[in-house]
Design a protein around this ligand. Structure first.
Ligand code: HEC
Length: 216
């Protein structure tokens, strides 16, 4: 058996293992360090470097540093993002798409899926006293991680969109006996938003999660 195996290798091997000629080898074999290669230049010998200290991330997918199960952190978690009227409308649109099916377009927990009887778990009724003044960070955690029968919506909604949806819920709650609405952008920011969006964005970039609202 061994002899047979070796014969097979020799028969096919030579032709297939010949890599042929390499044109422009300095391009094929990069002289730059690959991401995970040993690097003698740095004391820790890592080629992949961390960003310079104090670097502020830009873009939509920013970490919120919230860990699943840390309910104490949920309660304290919030945002400094404030939304214009148009952003609030987008919050409602997203709510209607992703949440309304269960929680209801009226936020009363009577969405069509639940009302049809096909979904056994009772969705939160946001107009009920139990949820009326639920801390926004707890709501955020429900969206990010899910809650019992409710799945997570982290893959569908980015950080800003999650807050937009929550701001919309909080707005409706404020009109139904909940705490006063606090996520509205100031009149100034609203005015600027129409003229110079970039200026508004930089004003909003002071979020605890250092979220940047890039124009898009
Ligand atoms: C498939 C149905 C379904 C969808 C869609 C859904 N939820 Fe839920 N949600 C539930 C159920 C059921 C509960 C009750 C979970 C429990 O307390 O056991 C719940 C609970 C909640 C709670 C209360 C969490 C807590 O800690 O008690 C919040 C806040 C919430 N949902 C927000 C949302 C938002 C925002 C969306 C849209 C992004 C959404 N849900 C989409 C079914 C859903």
């Amino acid at each position: 058996m061994i002899g047979f195996g070796m014969a097979a290798c020799i028969q096919n091997g030579d032709k297939h293992r010949d890599p042929g000629k390499t044109y422009a080898p300095d391009m094929v074999y990069s002289r730059a360090y690959d991401a995970y290669t040993h690097n003698p230049i740095f004391a820790d010998s890592q080629s992949s470097r961390l960003p310079v200290a104090g670097t502020v991330a830009r873009g939509r997918e920013l970490p919120d540093h919230l860990k699943e199960g840390d309910t104490t952190a949920y309660k304290a978690f919030t945002t400094t993002l404030r939304f214009t009227e148009q952003e609030m409308k987008e919050g409602k649109r997203l709510y209607d798409i992703y949440c309304g099916i269960c929680h209801g377009q009226k936020l009363d927990g009577q969405g069509p899926l639940y009302a049809s009887g096909k979904y056994a778990a009772m969705p939160a009724n946001f107009k009920d006293g139990k949820y009326l003044n639920m801390p926004e960070g707890v709501m955020y955690a429900a969206v990010k991680f899910g809650k019992n029968a409710m799945g997570a919506y982290a893959a569908q909604l980015d950080v800003k969109q999650r807050w937009q949806v929550i701001a919309y819920i909080k707005k409706v709650q404020s009109e139904n006996g909940g705490a006063p609405f606090k996520f509205a952008a100031s009149a100034d920011a609203n005015k600027t938003a129409e003229g110079d969006k970039a200026a508004t964005d930089s004003a909003k970039v002071q979020g605890k999660e250092q979220m940047s609202v890039a124009a898009h």
